[in-house]
Design a protein around this ligand. Structure first.
Ligand code: FAD
Length: 390
């Protein structure tokens, strides 16, 4: 994939030609390789590893991993375009690819050269797929309270604990584990790269859940898992900061996935309203319903522009980027869910049937308001920034 320039500064609201081409390429992949199978994957709980790996040939295994490290070297804004487009085909698959990218970027950003050389080629080519492991059974929102321990033992660490709700777990190859190496709180956490075949690593059952059925969610159990000290990412005590900085981009991507799912639901609704009649008129001839479509499109566009703005802030490492990413995640995921839910309503009873694909989008987008930090925690991040500024 060619590196893409930033938004044209003479016209900050216009995407460059290369950015439009990237979005079209991702949409074409979503239309051809994801959308036709999305309902089946959801119903049969299939995690389509081969199709996910196909995205590597499009440069999506390391979207914002630097080119010097073998990645595509694209911007966060480019990534937002890609994830929105992929999510029109299947939000659950797009969201998993985002998690993989988050881990690949963290290794590129915080790893030493030997870690980059060891892990990135296979991550970028997606020979190796990754999972991000922060949440535990007793600590979700309060992630810094995690209790998984990593005990140094010679030139190794021994990890013990349980991670909860881990996306891709059991089927992915590499686990980025946040574990406690010091005292309580964020400063006592370090980050470790654990391969799936490590002795003592096991997985819970695939959780039965409302949506995101095209990717597994499992517990990751660490029972005296030994990893070389060379698998610690970053310094001792830096793990929480690393985990949080990965989430800034992850939140943008999840927001983009919500926009993509909602965009697809809106497009399907417009097509449906053209052919469905009631009271002797097509649905799209009722002005009340036209206004509803107009509001859905307006709100999606507003969320999209805001998400791009936050992505550009993260690209230039603006001091308020974390806060903007949190704002954008909340706005995009709330808007995306609301628009998809309205699309379901405009389909009447058919929206509730699986065959129309809308209820699946609603179910998939619901969890985006919960994970990568709940939308309450997004408000907490924004509020902390406001109060600290005083
Ligand atoms: C399908 C799925 C996939 C996931 N994938 C991953 C993954 O790959 N890796 C990973 O590490 N985690 C993953 N998660 C975990 C996810 O990030 C957590 O579920 C989320 O952070 C919330 O934590 P919790 O479920 O423990 O809720 P809790 O923290 O128990 O929160 C319960 C409620 O209280 C609210 N709340 C908590 N504290 C506050 C506060 N201070 N102020 C206001 N409200 C508050 C929350 O917003 C929420 O509404 C996944 C979750 C799901 C459902």
């Amino acid at each position: 994939m060619d590196a893409v320039t930033e938004i044209d500064p003479t016209s900050p609201f216009e995407l460059s030609e290369a950015q439009r081409a990237i979005a079209e390429m991702a949409r074409a992949f979503a239309d051809a390789r994801l959308a036709p199978h999305a309902l089946d994957w959801d119903e049969r709980k299939i995690f389509p590893l081969d199709v996910i790996r196909e995205t590597a040939s499009l440069g999506m295994g390391g979207i914002y991993v630097r080119e010097a490290s073998g990645g595509s070297g694209l911007t966060r804004l480019d990534a937002a375009l890609i994830f929105e487009a992929l999510a029109t085909g299947c939000p659950a698959i797009a969201a998993y690819i985002s998690i993989h990218n988050m881990v690949a970027w963290m290794i590129d950003r915080y790893g030493d050269q030997s870690q980059r050389d060891r892990f990135l080629p296979d991550l970028v080519s997606m020979k190796t797929l990754a999972s991000y492991c922060l949440t535990e059974p007793a600590s979700g929102s309060d992630a810094a309270a995690l209790t998984t321990r990593a005990q140094p033992d010679g030139d190794e660490y021994v990890l013990d604990g349980t991670k909860q709700f881990i996306s891709g777990a059991g089927e992915t190859d590499l686990y980025l584990i946040m574990a406690r190496t010091g005292g309580s709180g964020a400063g006592g956490v370090s980050c470790f790269i654990v391969p799936r075949d490590a002795a003592g690593l096991s997985f819970g059952a695939n959780e039965r859940k409302m949506g995101w059925n095209a990717q597994p969610t499992r517990q990751v159990v660490l029972d005296a898992v030994r990893v070389p000290a060379a698998n610690r990412l970053g310094g001792v005590g830096e793990g929480f900061r690393i985990a949080m900085s990965g989430l800034d981009g992850g939140r943008l991507n999840i927001g983009a996935c919500s926009l993509g799912g909602a965009q697809k639901a809106l497009e399907a609704t417009i097509a449906y309203m053209k052919q469905r009649t009631a009271f002797g008129k097509r649905l799209d001839e009722f002005q009340a319903l036209q206004f509803r479509l107009a509001d859905m499109a307006t709100e999606l566009e507003a969320a999209r522009v805001f998400l791009w703005y936050a992505a550009a802030a993260l690209d230039r490492r603006a001091p308020n980027a974390t806060s903007l990413c949190a704002m954008a995640k909340r706005v995009a995921t709330d808007t995306g869910f609301d628009v998809a839910n309205q699309a379901l309503q405009l389909h009447g009873g058919y929206g509730y049937l699986a065959d129309y694909g809308i209820e699946k989008i609603v179910r998939d987008l619901r969890v985006h308001q919960i994970l990568e930090g709940t939308n309450e925690i997004m408000r907490l991040i924004v509020a902390r920034g406001l109060i600290a500024d005083r």
